[in-house]
Each structure stands twice: as structure tokens, then as C-alpha cells.
Design a binder for this molecule. Structure first.
Ligand code: SF4
Ligand code: SF4
Length: 400
């Protein structure tokens, strides 16, 4: 690869040098690319701190990568070369293209050079064919990833205590592990609901939990006590939704200080690593820099405190809106989809989320454009739903 090709692939020389120099042995840059590296940055010997993922015994850098865009192969490569080792994806992200991108990148590479997790998701209550569907989705994921065994398999987006305790959920994950299709098993849950967290700990079979964790969450004290308890029991904890929606305004126009958000999460020593969706080189560069210097400072603490009462985009998933809606809409899920679209600029994931919860374009028609939902976070729910519904009819090809 020469510099012309680097530009074509959107790799700036500064980033190229930074990541290639930080790579060390086993870097994925081509031989030509390495030959073109003539200087090294001052911090090239710095390594991201690592933490152990509970009783799995696996040591991971505190920064991992949420792989949620199919067009980010170069960013993936740069992330690896910057020292990131854990890549998190899902069977349904971008209809499987993210798994394919990871499969292509690591094809033929030593298995111990990376730690890959994927997730599979189902509607609840589970359908009669759940077990068959589970096996088939897992097979599809393994084929896309070009491996016979994933490092970590989650059942994705578990919402309720009943779903966590459903014996069919546990049986399917345990069977996958027994069959050698995954090394470790876990659950992911977005709601930040301490009751769901409690149930997941009590099940006693999950080695890892992928949990929402950020400074804007509801019932934080209770939640952090559960983090402590889970860690004491050897459950590995990985943080997601760490950027609290990604912007400091409700319209999604002003980016949040991501460094401060990540450093706030890293203050909790029980969170092994975090998985921000790293979609471009600038974002990767900033997150790596934060991970190299992860201690939060007073200014960053003050900044986060100043956002305490701002509306922003992070729905606390407190569910207070649900009984207020005469149409029974799954408002917390819809607000999460809003965050994906306007905060993270991930319109396809937003559309998929809306499709999963069955939102229709005329869902609010019965209210004649007057939404009576009162949200303690100040969300104008009706306005946000109206802004989202055009997505439902937008062809994927036009979405980010
Ligand atoms: S009331 Fe507001 S913060 Fe709570 S779940 Fe509903 S939209 Fe989210
Ligand atoms: S306008 Fe508000 S109350 Fe009416 S259906 Fe939509 S979300 Fe529910």
C-alpha cells in the first residue's frame, strides 16, 4: 500500500503512522505499508491498560470496538493495529455484513490474536421453533465469521426478568458451549434495569454480561452495587451505551465529550472493557488516546455533572412512559432507535430496531398529533416518533 492508496482508503498519514507504529508484532498492515513507515509518534510504546474479564481469565485492553458498520474494514484494521483485541458484533447488525467484515479480516490469523463476540436476538415470548432458529442463526454467524468457535456468544437485548429466567434461553446457550461453538456465554441488556441485572447474576451460568453503563443512568447506585456483586462472583462485565447517546442536545447536533464519558466508565474497575461503535479514524484516534490516559480529571467530572439535567438523547429506560400511551407503544425502544439515528447516525440500526418492535408509520394517528406522555427526562416523545417514522419507508440503500 502506498500513500495514494492510503488516501483512497481514507487513512491519513498521521493516523497511518500512529496505528502502524503502535501495532508491534502481528500487525495486520501489509508488508508494503510497514515499509513506508518512517517515523514513530512519541507515544508509540504506550499500551492501553488491560483488565481481566472475570473468571474467563482473558485479559483485554480497556477499549474494545463495537463493529456496527460494514464499510469500516480499514477502521477495523487500524483498530487492531492500535492494540484493540476485542471486537463485538451481532448476527443482525447490518444484516450480517459486520460479521462478514470481521471474518474477512481475521481469516487465517491465529485465533489467540483477537477476541470476537457476537449476539443473536429473538422475539419474546420465544416461539415454538426457537431452538431450531437459534442453531441456524449461530451457524450463519460462524460461517460469516469464518470460524468454528466464537469467543463469546450473547443472547441479545434481553428485556425482562422472565426472559432472563426462561429455561430455553439458558439451555440453548449452554448447548452451544457444550458443542464447542462458543467458549463463553452471556447476555446483553440495554435497559439498565437493575431487576434484569439481578436476575442475570442469579442465574449463575453467564460468564459475561454486556451492560449499559453511563453517567446518565437511572437508579445508578443500585446498579453499581450489582456491578460490584457480579464482579465478586467472577462475572466479566463489558460496558456499552457508554456515550449516553453521543450528543449533548436532544436534536443530535452537538457531540458529547466522548473522552469524559469513557473515563467516567473506566473509573469503575469492574468494567473490563467498553465497546463504542468506532466508525471512523477520528473517533478511533480519540478513543485510543483516551484509553492511553484513562484517568478522568476534575474538568471532565464537572463537564459531566453539568449535563445531569440536560435532555440529551439517552433514554433512561425507566418505563414511566409506557402506561401513559393509549396505543401501548414500546416507547423506550423507540427512543433507543431515535438515539441510534440522531445520536450515533446509524439509521439502518435504527430502522431495524423499529422493525423489531413493530412500529408502523401511523402508530400515533389516534392521538391527532397531541402526545400526552410526560417523560421525566423531558423527551418530547410524540415529536421524536414523528421524526423517526419516515425511516420506516426509506430504502436501506439511502441509510447510513
Ligand atoms: S419515560 Fe422517558 S426516559 Fe423513561 S423510558 Fe420513557 S422515554 Fe425513556
Ligand atoms: S402520540 Fe404519544 S401517547 Fe399518542 S400513541 Fe404516540 S407516543 Fe403514544
Amino acid at each position: 500500500m502506498n500513500l495514494i492508496n492510503m488516501k483512497r482508503n481514507n487513512i491519513g498519514r498521521r493516523d497511518f503512522i500512529r496505528y502502524s507504529a503502535a501495532a508491534g508484532a502481528g500487525a495486520l498492515l501489509t508488508r508494503d505499508a510497514v515499509a513506508n513507515t518512517s517515523t514513530t509518534p512519541a507515544d508509540s510504546n504506550q499500551k492501553m491498560p488491560e483488565r481481566t474479564l472475570g473468571k474467563t481469565g482473558i485479559s483485554l485492553p480497556i477499549l474494545s470496538m463495537g463493529v456496527d458498520r460494514p464499510d469500516s474494514s480499514n477502521v477495523l484494521r487500524a483498530a487492531y493495529n492500535a492494540g484493540i483485541r476485542h471486537f463485538d458484533t451481532a448476527n443482525n447488525y447490518q444484516r450480517g455484513r459486520n460479521e462478514e467484515a470481521l471474518g474477512a479480516m481475521f481469516d487465517g490469523r491465529p485465533l489467540d490474536s483477537r477476541f470476537i463476540s457476537t449476539k443473536i436476538m429473538f422475539p419474546y415470548p420465544l416461539r415454538d421453533n426457537f431452538e431450531e432458529d437459534f442453531d441456524s442463526k449461530l451457524e450463519v454467524s460462524l460461517n460469516r465469521l469464518r470460524i468454528e468457535q466464537v469467543d463469546l456468544l450473547y443472547l441479545h437485548d434481553i428485556r425482562t426478568v422472565e426472559n432472563v429466567k426462561d429455561p430455553r434461553v439458558a439451555a440453548s446457550l449452554l448447548k452451544a458451549r457444550e458443542e464447542g461453538k462458543t467458549k463463553f456465554i452471556g447476555l446483553s441488556f440495554h435497559t439498565g434495569d437493575p431487576d434484569v441485572f439481578r436476575a442475570a447474576i442469579d442465574m449463575g451460568i453467564f460468564e459475561v454480561l454486556l451492560i449499559t453503563y453511563n453517567f446518565k443512568m437511572d437508579r445508578l447506585e443500585e446498579y453499581e452495587a450489582l456491578i460490584e456483586e457480579a464482579a465478586q462472583k467472577g462475572i466479566g462485565l463489558i460496558g456499552m451505551k457508554t456515550m449516553a447517546g453521543g450528543t449533548v442536545d436532544a436534536e443530535g447536533k452537538k457531540q458529547i465529550n466522548g473522552d469524559a464519558c469513557l473515563k467516567w466508565v473506566w473509573k469503575n474497575k469492574h468494567i473490563t472493557t467498553v465497546i463504542p461503535g468506532l466508525t471512523n479514524f477520528e473517533h478511533l484516534d480519540k478513543c485510543v488516546a483516551a484509553a492511553l490516559n484513562p484517568k478522568i480529571n476534575e474538568e471532565e467530572e464537572r463537564y459531566l455533572a453539568s449535563l445531569e439535567n440536560e435532555e440529551m438523547l439517552f433514554c433512561r429506560q425507566c418505563n414511566q412512559c409506557k402506561p401513559q400511551c393509549p396505543a401501548g407503544l414500546p416507547i423506550p425502544d423507540i427512543m433507543r432507535a431515535y438515539m441510534y439515528a440522531f445520536g450515533y447516525k446509524q439509521a439502518r440500526i435504527s430502522k431495524d430496531t423499529l422493525a423489531n418492535v413493530g412500529l408502523t408509520a401511523d402508530a400515533c394517528a389516534g392521538c391527532n398529533e397531541v402526545c400526552t406522555v410526560k417523560c421525566p427526562s423531558g423527551f418530547n416523545v410524540g415529536k421524536k416518533i414523528a421524526a423517526l417514522t419516515p425511516l420506516l419507508n426509506t430504502p436501506d440503500v439511502f441509510l447510513t
